[in-house]
Structures are given as structure tokens and as C-alpha cells.
Design a protein around this ligand. Sequence first.
Ligand SMILES: Cc1cc2nc3c(=O)[nH]c(=O)nc-3n(C[C@H](O)[C@H](O)[C@H](O)COP(=O)(O)O)c2cc1C
Length: 201
Amino acid sequence: MTNTVPYYEDFSEIKKKIWLMLDDAVTNRSSPFRIPVFVCGDQSDFDGRIVVLRKSDQYSNMLQFHSDIRSDKIPKLKKNSNAALIFYDKEEKIQLRVKVDCIVNHENEITEQSWLKTAHISRKCYLVNNGPGTETDEPSSGLSEDIEKSGFTMEQSEEGYKNFTVIQCNIKSIEWLYLAAKGHRRARFDITNDNQNWLIP
Ligand SMILES: Cc1cc2nc3c(=O)[nH]c(=O)nc-3n(C[C@H](O)[C@H](O)[C@H](O)COP(=O)(O)O)c2cc1C
């Protein structure tokens, strides 16, 4: 007998599709899943921002992105490690709302590995004199005049390592929404309790 259930009505097929899209986004610069919104906060101060998805690991249920240790989100995450990542792919008509528990990595083995893979151009963000969000009298990139004028060598980029941070997001749940002409579908994958449910979209 052939299976006539479409992929979007089968939990394991949906999960396969989700991880295919997340894995692809790590290397595919044109994937909309490459730049999710990361939401975190403490008490009454919540905020969202775009980040670049740098790693996805289905086996450990982990997503990863990079940041600057001086960013406002770091003290917030240290107080409250619960956060969310929101993805939307317009072509696929798929939204993911991923609830996560974050680990802030700084000057450890994880950051060492990721820093080695961080290209010269991407290291520039970590060379700004003051942290992201610092007020300035004039519009500014935050980079020194020297770097602005003459650029920087790979050796000089090492200076940025002290600011480089890797945020590991351990997934607690994934909520999947699929916008289909014949009727939307919504499902929740509770990773913590190894459970899954259909939800009314
Ligand atoms: C396309 C794009 C990619 C970005 N990637 C990152 C990133 O990977 N990590 C990061 O911390 N900020 C990234 N940013 C900047 C953040 O959106 C945000 O402006 C910055 O982190 C400062 O805000 P925060 O300190 O409150 O997080 C990116 C912004 C854009 C537009």
C-alpha cells in the first residue's frame, strides 16, 4: 500500500524538512533561514535582532550564532538564558518559532574553533573600539581611522578574538507553521519532553 499522507501531515517528514532547511541555511547565503530573529530579554526589557545562523546540529538539537561580548544581549542572557529564534521562508511558506536555552561562550574551546573558521572580512565586526550600542557624537562605524583607511591584516584581526562570542542555543521546542492554500498546518515539537502535537493554525 502506498503512503498517501502529504509530507506536511507527517511529524517525521516535517522534522526532516525543518533540519534540511536549517542545515542548508548555515552555508547557503541566499536562504531566508540564514538570518533569523533572535529574541531575548530580562523582566520588562525584551528585544529582537537579526543574527546569522552559523551552525545547526540535529543530533544535539542545537543552533549557534556569533556575537560581540560587549553587546547588550549578553548580560540579559546571563540573567535569563531563555530565548527564541524566529525563522520565515516566504517561498516555502514555513515559519519556525524555536524556544531555546542559551550558553554564552567566551574565550573557550568553542570560541577557539569558531574563530579559526571566521573569515578575515567577518572578523571586522569584532575590531570596533567600543561595543555595539555605545552612544557616539557622530555617525560612525566604530572602527579606528587606521582600519578605515588601510584595512587590517589577518594577524591584526586576532585583536578581535577577545570580543568574539559564540551563543549556543539548545532547543527546547520547535513550533512549525505551514501556510498552505488548502488549509494551513501547525505542529509543535517538544524536544525537552520528546513529544509532538498538532495545533490549530
Ligand atoms: C543581516 C544581519 C546579520 C546580523 N548578524 C548578527 C549576528 O550574527 N550576531 C549579532 O550579534 N548581531 C548581528 N547583527 C546585528 C544585530 O541585528 C544587532 O544590530 C546587534 O547585535 C546589536 O544589537 P544587540 O546588542 O541588542 O543584539 C546582524 C544584523 C543584520 C542586519
